[in-house]
Ligand binder design. Structure first.
Ligand code: COA
Length: 267
């Protein structure tokens, strides 16, 4: 759900852009591991830039006791109709205008009223910090036709690298751009990137129970609903339920380094 100053994740999930809780214990050079998590492997696009390799400086040698910190350089992605790119300071006005929509502040952690200062802080501090410390990778969605801001999408609560390899997908779309499939189009590309290039092995989605629009997007891109979390979201002095869903690479026919062994349901 959230996506706002805190553009990503469900409001009340924590209320702000969350911090990553990466646990580092797995050898990222292990055979079959995602190449983008392997130090020393380079890619033509969507790569981990300048991974810091602890130890002796040899990119083929990893000191498993030391933290492995990829420090992602912001990247851009494209779809048929959209450019997904990091926000830049000149987007402040468009971002502030889009976030005046009450549905965005109702269902995300975007503050209300939303000021130019909120937009500036989000773009110049939170987004920058999120890419730098690998906790949140946020994109502005822009029309390739006319460059206008269509929405915002982010991987939040990132847990990279290490065996956790999970993230949450958060999004909002500007009121005037809704109902045209932009959110689904962007989500498919962000998910592809997350699974294929980042090595994410579980993508989560949360929304306040009753947010049918958000759930419709999640279902359309393949998320499976996993249930309702009671009293998960603090809202206006109350606590609300949250819907939770997840999408696995195997749901899309993609392999993962760590095979998923589902519990065999009985009865
Ligand atoms: C939820 C939201 C992102 C949907 O954006 P959108 O651009 O309209 O979504 P898309 O156009 O990609 O629509 C995808 C599908 O969802 C459906 N859908 C969208 N809004 C819907 C709604 N309110 N109720 C039911 N279905 C809805 C569309 O009909 C479409 O399905 P279809 O192709 O079978 O017709 C947008 O309404 C929004 O920003 N809401 C406020 C912020 C928010 O709730 N963010 C999510 C927080 S968890």
């Amino acid at each position: 759900m959230p996506v706002g100053p805190g553009h990503g994740g469900v409001r009340g999930h924590d209320g702000t852009v969350p911090a990553a809780t990466a646990i580092v214990s797995e050898d990222p050079t292990a055979p079959g591991g995602p190449s983008s998590l392997r130090p020393g492997v380079t890619h033509s696009k969507n790569e981990w830039h300048s991974p810091k390799v602890p130890g002796d400086g040899n990119p083929d040698t990893v000191d498993e006791a030391a933290p492995y910190t990829p420090h992602m350089e912001p990247i851009s992605l494209t779809t048929e109709r959209l450019l997904l790119r990091p926000f830049v300071p000149s987007d402040v006005t468009a971002l502030q205008a889009a976030c005046q929509d009450p549905d965005i502040s109702r269902y995300t952690n975007v503050p209300s009223p939303y000021t130019l200062e909120h937009a500036r802080t989000f773009i110049e501090e939170r987004c920058v910090d999120g890419w730098r410390d690998d906790s949140v990778y946020a994109f502005g969605l822009f029309s390739r036709e006319d460059g206008r801001l269509v929405g915002s999408m982010a991987l939040v609560r990132l847990q990279l690298p290490g065996p956790e390899r999970q993230a949450e997908l958060g999004y909002w779309t500007a009121k005037e751009a809704r109902g045209r499939g932009y959110t689904v189009e962007a989500a498919r590309e962000v998910i592809r990137w997350a699974f294929e290039d980042l090595g994410i092995e579980r993508m989560e989605w949360y929304a306040e129970a009753g947010n049918e629009g958000s759930r419709a997007v999640a279902l359309k891109v393949g998320f499976r609903m996993e249930g309702t979390m009671r009293a998960k979201i603090p809202y206006a002095g109350t606590r609300r339920d949250a819907w939770v869903g997840a999408l696995l690479p195997s749901d899309l026919g993609l392999p993962t380094p760590a095979p998923y062994l589902p519990y065999p349901e009985r009865g």
